[in-house]
Design a protein around this ligand. Structure first.
Ligand code: SAH
Length: 399
């Protein structure tokens, strides 16, 4: 077995790794032996020489290494990536998300023990995002393994996250395997048809993490008046309309997103229907003016963009969640339901719930939690890596 370069940890810094957390920060490392290059595999050992893990090395980043395996006998080679990728696909097959016309997250980075790699499937197209220098090192191997396992029509690379800068990597986007497919791809998600623009769309093209919550909205929309705030391309709105809503108001500050939403209504034979309206506005302004008009809805959805991008912004973000919920609650009819979300990984579910509690009390209203919501099941999370559970939400019945 070839000897790997070695990272020697400071005392006690192996514990979280053994519990399944895959990140090793520069501050935990006592010394590095044998000058590994970016992406090389290294052995991590305790300060007194006990073996801990094989990791991918990232010399430019404060996040200096990511765990590949806690099994000393496991080689990190092409077969290793093929195994992990096939295992990830197997999970999506098990949970019924590999229908050919559908879409799902096939590989959820740390959650699938492939740190720094996201792969989303939109029908027969894959979108790949590589966020770390060790994953970049294995890029060709990964693209080969994905092609062999899934035979996609095309693979589009969207390695455009800001994280790449911290890893010393340039951004890279474009069709990298197979055909350059028309960027507007049609997918079916829990009975609704959506267009996905893998080139221009947010994230890898679509918010797949909300798929199951959108399906829940469909179940709860029968005969309901629905207000969908931060509606983007109409994911929740279309499902509400398909679920029998008698009115759906979609609010977003992006006119192009609203145009795509209208196109998605049309795709589901719901176009040109005056019950379904799109409103280009700042959500806070829209909520205030709806309240001033005395409007109420049976279902109000608040799915804002990330309010906290780092731990340092948590307090400000919690204040913003409270302010948003405070503005949304008056629009919920007595006995109606509000679905409110936070996709800020740095905000804990407990802190988020507190912000909603305060917003209810600001409005002198009482609420009951019907359901705690999270990212869809295909966004698997690994034990020991709490950061993976970034999306949290509450479905609340408000008296
Ligand atoms: N719920 C959507 C995803 C929402 S993404 C889905 O299921 O697909 C967040 C959206 O919020 C984006 O479309 C963005 O344009 C919009 N947005 C951000 N800030 C806003 C604001 N202050 N007012 C209105 N829309 C806003």
């Amino acid at each position: 077995m070839p000897l790997n370069p070695k990272l020697v940890l400071k005392g006690g810094k192996e514990k979280h790794i053994r519990h399944g957390h895959p990140w090793i920060f520069a501050s935990a490392i006592e010394r590095v032996e044998d000058s590994p290059q970016p992406g090389w595999t290294a052995d991590v050992v305790t300060y007194d020489g006990r073996w801990v893990a094989k990791v991918g090395y990232s010399p430019k980043s404060q996040l200096r290494a990511r765990v590949w395996t806690l099994n000393e006998g496991e080689e990190v080679d092409a077969a290793f990536f093929e195994r992990r990728i096939r295992s990830a696909i197997g999970v999506r097959e098990k949970i019924g998300r590999m229908d050919p016309q559908g879409a799902c997250r096939v590989i959820n980075a740390e959650g699938d023990r492939l740190p720094g790699l996201v792969v989303d499937r939109f029908a027969d197209v894959l979108v790949v995002q590589i966020n770390s220098s060790p994953m970049e090192y294995w890029r060709e191997t990964i693209l080969n393994a994905l092609e062999a396992a899934l035979s996609p029509r095309g693979i589009y690379e969207r390695s455009d996250s800001d994280n790449r800068g911290k890893e010393g990597l340039d951004k890279r986007v474009g069709w990298v395997r197979g055909e350059a497919v028309d960027a507007d791809i049609e997918i079916t998600e829990f009975g609704a048809v959506f267009g996905v623009d893998v080139v221009q769309g947010h994230k890898t093209g679509f918010y797949l993490d909300q798929a199951e919550n959108r399906a829940l909205v469909r179940e709860w929309s029968s005969d309901a008046r629905v207000l969908n705030c931060f509606s983007y391309t109409g994911g929740f709105s279309v499902q509400a309309a398909l679920g029998g809503a008698k009115e759906v108001v979609s609010v977003d500050s992006s006119q192009p997103a609203l145009d795509l939403s209208a196109a998605n209504f049309a795709r589901n034979s719901l176009g040109e229907d005056e019950r379904f309206t799109h409103w280009c506005s700042d959500v806070f302004k829209a909520l205030d003016s709806l309240r001033d008009e005395g409007r109420v809805f049976d279902l109000v959805i608040l799915d804002p963009p990330k309010f906290a991008s780092a731990g340092a912004h948590v307090e400000r973000a919690l204040h913003a969640y409270r302010k948003l919920a405070r503005a949304g609650i008056p629009l919920v009819a007595p006995g109606g339901v509000m679905l409110t979300f936070s996709c800020s990984g740095a905000v804990t579910p407990e802190a988020f719930q507190k912000s909603v509690t305060l917003a209810l009390s600001d409005n002198h209203r009482r609420g009951r939690i019907l359901k705690r919501l999270a990212a869809a099941t295909d966004h698997v999370t690994d034990f020991g890596f709490g950061e993976g559970a970034y999306l949290k939400g509450l479905a609340i019945e408000i008296e």
